[in-house]
Design a protein around this ligand. Sequence first.
Ligand code: ACO
Length: 325
Amino acid sequence: MSTIRAVPIGVGHYLPKRVVENAEFEQWVETSDEWIRGRTGIERRHFAAEGELTSDLAYYAAIDALDDAGIEASTIDAIVLATSTPDQTFPSTATKLQAKLGITVGFAFDLQAVCAGFAYALTTANSLILSGQAKRILVIGAETFSRIMDWEDRTTCVLFGDGAGALILDAQEGSGTNDDRGVLSCDLNSDGTYNDILYVDGGVSSTQTTGVLKMEGQEVFKHAVKKLASSGETALDKVGLSGDDVDWIVPHQANLRIIKSTAQKMNVPMERVVVTVQDHGNTSAASIPLALSVAHKNGQIKKNQLLLTEAIGGGLAWGAIVLRW
Ligand code: ACO
């Protein structure tokens, strides 16, 4: 039976110019390249320049995705932007991006689910397309986590970086089978009883400050592997697929050990897992579209291949999406 599918037609990313290698942190905190590399797989990350905003990063990623799709910005009728580090409390970073792209029609809004932001944004965009609310959506993850780091806390400041990734989804006719290109299934979850293992200690209605990131790393780690594997399996199960059918897992890029353990739990060998964390650290909501864009550009992921993306972050919030590229 024919159905509408949200099909990827373009992908792009942007990383700020300033590259900070692990060894640079040795000037600020007691750490080493060896520790960071060994415990996380991270080798370097990018930090936005002074005055460079989340909407700037989002803009460059969007331009890259529009180029990749070979379409004009004016054909986009919705922007869904996932971020926890918006330019301002309001207006939304999505409407700022809309203005930068010269778009004055359709609608744009931000969505916040921390590191799971892109999974939530993709699911939301898919629903908007399936319900006929929009035909062509720019889905963005953009972050400047360097703005919310505690530079004296070695357990967190070495983990995060800035960046943006963008994916354009287009409403296209499908056959209603798993052979269709586009989003095939989504699985979202959250459990607010874990608010206090990963949070920012400031906010508009609480402290009227921005705050800095606080994390109980080991606790988050434990939840991450279990919840990511379980959500990935649920998303695959919804459409009668398993880890064996997946060409590539494109996971949230937080920690190589989490990526490896999750893939192992799902019986997917590392040869079929996209890993980019070494080059940009944890860029929160930007990490999945960034990884998609890098893997698309270097020819790893190819048209018609089956992808599974999964992410977890503050909330806790987590989810997984199955899509055919
Ligand atoms: N350099 C050197 N030593 C360090 C550093 C550092 N940067 N950071 C911590 N250590 C020390 C600790 O103080 C501890 O020392 P101690 O034994 O003397 O107390 C030791 O290293 C071991 O610390 P652990 O916390 O046990 O290290 P672990 O192996 O758990 O790695 C890490 C820590 C990398 C944070 C890991 O727990 C992790 O990746 N957690 C998950 C984080 C994550 O994925 N978050 C995703 C969501 S983020 C979001 O949503 C915004």
